[in-house]
Design a protein around this ligand. Structure first.
Ligand SMILES: *Cc1c(COP(=O)(O)O)cnc(C)c1O
Length: 486
């Protein structure tokens, strides 16, 4: 299996190179040059790490199968305590796959618990002796998941930059109490865009690159444009399908739909890869919050980022430029030059439109819908009251969109909603949605939610209260470069 950019296809590289480099020099994203085919029924009976080893092995062909198996065991056994791809019944034909039973209580652990193993092995395969410095700008979940994944990994350092007062208090404490000798965390004055722009500037600064090179350091990123973050997410679609066959919810070969709360389009795109590999996936339903740029695109073929940015109760979906969509455009059009043109137009003018036949092709696999904060809160409450099922605000957006899709489509295809975060990461918003009063202190809110619902608070979040805050520095955006070089 080889990889090339979404914007030009003539330079082929290995999976180790794709993971080590992250982004192509031409600005494109790396994609596999074909979709490997897997007979899903032959995967029946495998446990999650074994399943991950098999699926990753189909893509990461320059890693040894033994290595992938061991890495998957290390990433998914102890850290998830047996609760991988945890499927819960909500109502007839509707399921929630809880992906937040990992160390940081968000689905990003699936990628970021495994990715450090993949990066270290890639450096080994490429005989790269330099130290890797990973820079992350985060609005919350990615930062913590990356810190937890890269803590004390040899040959790697990581620095995380988050917007000062731009995350939930729980998310902030998760990051500032991070242990490990190779980690640093900074609050940046300003919003997420300021932090992100500051980090991007460091990546693009030739002077900084040269200084780092002299010291034997190479920059890298941990965000979801890296193939090493996308590939591990394909696995849980297979795991969900195999569970539904085992429970006899579907006959072997019958389709299952998936609804995914979407931001950067990585999580849902992994479902598209699963489908193209031969898994009987029906529709992939993209759920947006009030920032519904993707829903508009999947409905009209017009991608228009020139719109107001809303801060919502599902902050990890507050995105106007959804990077991974570029991979889908390449796979559906098969035309790198065209993709480069659309991305250029997006960059210059803030919008582009795809032709009607391409949109029709996309709509064979994808549907979309959106829910604002009030609608998501209403669904969260109704789901708890009618079905006894508690979810976080991101999952609530998807639940609403899934239920609307099922009503409209009127068919009986089972639907799996991907549940992306623990409700205890957003205890205040969840309490408010349930119609309860919200205490000012978030730990107090966690405890009230636990008393009200009986769902235990994850130990990793409960323990935050006692942990010392190691990182308290607040820097201006211009200070990101010197912090990175420190
Ligand atoms: C990151 C995140 C998402 C969005 O996932 P994408 O892969 O960016 O589409 C949704 N929900 C939560 C809780 C997240 O952390």
């Amino acid at each position: 299996m080889q990889y090339h950019s979404t914007r030009q296809t003539d330079r082929l590289i290995s999976s180790s190179q794709a993971i080590h480099q992250g982004l192509s020099e031409d600005g494109g994203l790396f994609v596999p040059d074909h979709f490997p085919q897997l007979d899903w029924w032959e995967l029946t009976g495998l446990d999650y790490p074994a399943l991950a080893g098999r699926i990753l092995g189909a893509f990461l062909t320059d890693y040894s199968p033994e290595f992938l198996q061991q890495a998957a065991a290390a990433a998914y056994e102890a850290p998830f305590a047996g609760q991988t791809a945890w499927l819960c019944d909500i109502s007839q034909g509707l399921y929630s796959m809880e992906l937040w039973h990992g160390p940081t209580c968000a689905f990003k652990d699936y990628a970021l618990q495994l990715m450090p193993h993949l990066l270290v092995e890639a450096k080994h395969n490429l005989e790269c002796k330099e130290e890797t410095l990973i820079l992350v700008a985060t609005s919350g979940d990615t930062g913590k998941a990356a810190l937890a994944g890269y803590q004390d990994v040899p040959g790697v350092r990581i620095a995380v930059f988050y917007p000062n007062s731009g995350t939930s208090e729980i998310q902030r404490l998760q990051m500032c109490t991070q242990e490990g000798n190779n980690v640093a965390v900074y609050a940046v004055e300003g919003n997420f865009d300021d932090a992100q722009t500051g980090v991007k500037r460091v990546f693009g600064d030739e002077g900084i690159r040269q200084q780092l090179e002299k010291r034997g350091i190479q920059l890298s990123s941990a965000n979801s444009i890296n193939w090493g973050r996308l590939a591990p997410q394909i696995v849980y679609y297979f795991a969900a399908y195999l569970q539904l066959v085992k429970r006899k919810v579907v006959q072997p070969g019958e389709a299952v739909d998936f609804c995914v709360p979407t931001g950067n389009f990585g999580d849902i795109l992994a479902g598209y890869y699963a489908k193209r590999m031969g898994l009987p996936v029906g529709r992939l339903v993209c759920a947006s919050n009030k920032n519904d740029v993707l829903t508009e695109f999947l409905t009209t073929g017009v991608y228009d980022a020139r719109r107001e940015f809303y801060k919502t109760t599902s902050p990890s979906m507050d995105i106007l430029v959804s990077s991974n969509l570029e991979r889908l455009l390449y796979h559906v059009s098969g035309n790198a030059q065209q993709v480069a043109g659309w991305m250029e137009q997006l960059n210059q003018q803030g919008h582009y439109t795809v032709p009607a036949d391409l949109l029709a092709k996309i709509q064979q696999d994808f549907a979309a819908g959106s829910a604002d904060d009030a609608q998501a809160a209403e669904t969260l409450r109704r789901c708890y009251e009618q079905n006894g099922y508690l979810c976080d605000p991101h999952t609530a957006v998807a639940l609403r969109v899934a239920q609307q899709y099922q009503q409209k489509a009127g068919d009986k295809t089972p639907m799996v909603v991907l549940s992306t975060a623990s409700p205890y990461k957003f205890p205040g918003d969840v309490l408010a949605a349930l119609g309860r009063s919200v205490p000012a202190d978030e730990f107090e809110a966690m405890e009230q939610l636990e008393q009200h619902c009986g769902l235990p608070i994850p130990q990793a979040l409960k323990g935050l209260r006692q942990k010392p805050e190691r990182f308290t520095q607040v820097i201006p955006p211009e200070g990101i470069a010197s912090a990175a070089l420190a």
